[in-house]
Design a protein around this ligand. Structure first.
Ligand SMILES: Cc1cc2nc3c(=O)[nH]c(=O)nc-3n(C[C@H](O)[C@H](O)[C@H](O)COP(=O)(O)OP(=O)(O)OC[C@H]3O[C@@H](n4cnc5c(N)ncnc54)[C@H](O)[C@@H]3O)c2cc1C
Length: 399
């Protein structure tokens, strides 16, 4: 049913609640965070509409590429660890009702020069939160992980709970299970504008106008102009991922035998990679460093594919650090990071209107948190507060 703006504006809230275009919560962007928010809201019996401009999931935003690392001993800051502990539980719940495995605990190995920060930061989080781990000196890295080549003075940190998630499957399952609990979704439907008035929030798409008591903005890279409006700067960058077929016996590199890994190649940045996933042929590698910035105007246009120079840079890291990994390149693609100036997320209530919640700026490390961010967003939308310790991610820190 198509409802024009004047139509909605002239209706009383009571009448609106019987309106099929009215929901308790609308979620703008049903990607990583948005699909999880829909799932948690629907499970609580809240009427929710998730809207995405593309397919759910899609390969135009920040969540494609078949794998995302998940780890608990967070080198970025120990404050993330309680959120991660809950995230793991919630991934387990989602997986219990999923026909396929979403989270694979392969173990994760972090390597850096002893003067750099990845291992020290991981140790800090592991000690503060009593997380299982092994601290490795150079000799131990070489004996326990013989596929890895490291210079002298490198140290390592191994975390058995680390591993990878399958992001497209995670989004698909959040949306599928949300739908089962009564959520509505609109894919390939672009939100063109949203406004607030004293009684509700109105959301205009290319098809119709919808209204809600609460709006969650989880628009990934497209959140940039929205947050700029309230004084929060986000930078969208183009990131490259590539898959290489290993030389020799591929079973050595399969997810049953090989860990996820991260090497601080040029502090504070690094390269990271994955074993061969079920049903796949190659090892994925990417660089965790903000790439070439993309303007808000250019984001809807075709993103430049990976260049020869970028791909040979990735190959050279594999050649230097993982024996036999750098065989023929199988495929490559780009994806988008949306980063804040401090590399920490923005999750909380809109500073100007508590009927709007924001989840943005995940700075290239957000996917693993989407299960718990979805739960926190559902708390904010349904009761205005959350028990999750997300104060350090509050948008107000920038304003
Ligand atoms: C190459 C790469 C590697 C990464 N590796 C890791 C990793 O190993 N571990 C990890 O935890 N994280 C990783 N990340 C980061 C993680 O993937 C992101 O932080 C996360 O996906 C961000 O989720 P999001 O919900 O903010 O955005 P998205 O998942 O992109 O969702 C935003 C959605 O909003 C929709 N949307 C936007 N505007 C509109 C509109 N106007 N109307 C309708 N729909 C709209 C988009 O279509 C999109 O589907 C990586 C990211 C990249 C790019």
């Amino acid at each position: 049913m198509r409802v024009e703006l004047w139509d909605i504006c002239n209706q009383s809230p009571e009448k609106m609640s019987g309106n099929e275009n009215h929901f308790e919560v609308i979620v703008l962007g049903a990607g990583s965070m948005g699909s999880a928010a829909c799932y948690h809201l629907a499970k609580r019996g809240v009427s929710v509409l998730g809207i995405d401009q593309f397919d759910i999931p899609n390969n135009r935003s920040s969540h494609h590429g078949k794998s995302r690392m998940i780890r608990k001993a967070y080198y970025e800051h120990p404050d993330y660890v309680p959120l991660l502990q809950r995230a793991y539980e919630l991934w387990g719940d989602l997986e219990n009702d999923s026909p396929e495995q979403i989270l694979f605990k392969t173990g994760a190995l972090y390597l850096c020069h002893s003067k750099d920060s990845v291992v020290t930061g991981s140790l800090r989080s592991a000690k503060e939160h009593a997380l299982p781990h092994t601290h490795l000196n150079t000799a131990a890295i070489r004996s326990d992980f013989p596929e890895f080549t490291v210079p002298d003075q490198f140290e390592g940190f191994f975390e058995p709970d680390g591993g990878f998630l399958r992001p497209e499957l995670g989004i698909q399952e959040h949306a599928r299970q949300a739908e089962r609990w009564g959520a509505h979704f609109l894919s390939n439907t672009k939100v063109l504008d949203w406004t607030t008035n004293p009684s509700r929030v109105e959301v205009k798409t290319n098809e119709a106008i919808y209204s809600a008591e609460h709006l969650i903005i989880s628009a990934g890279p497209w959140a940039q102009p929205i947050l700029e409006h309230i004084g929060i700067e986000l930078t969208v960058t183009r990131q490259v991922q590539a898959w290489f077929e290993p030389q020799g016996a591929p079973a050595r590199f399969s997810y049953q035998n090989f860990p996820c890994w991260l090497i601080e190649t040029q502090a504070p940045y690094g390269h990271y990679g994955f074993p061969i996933l079920p049903g796949q042929k190659g090892l994925k590698i990417a660089e965790h460093r903000p790439g070439v910035p993309i303007s808000a105007a250019a984001i809807d246009q075709e993103i430049q594919p990976p260049t020869e120079k970028e791909l040979s840079g990735l190959r050279s890291v594999l050649e230097t650090h993982i024996q036999d990994a750098a065989g023929p390149m199988i495929k490559s693609c780009t994806c988008l990071y949306t980063s804040t100036s401090d590399q920490h997320f923005v999750v909380g209530t809109h500073p100007g209107d508590d009927r709007i919640s924001i989840a943005a700026g995940f700075s290239g490390h957000g996917y693993k948190f989407s299960s718990v961010v979805g739960e926190a967003l559902a708390d904010l939308a349904s009761c205005g507060k959350t028990k999750h310790p997300i104060d350090f991610l509050n948008p107000m820190r920038f304003i």
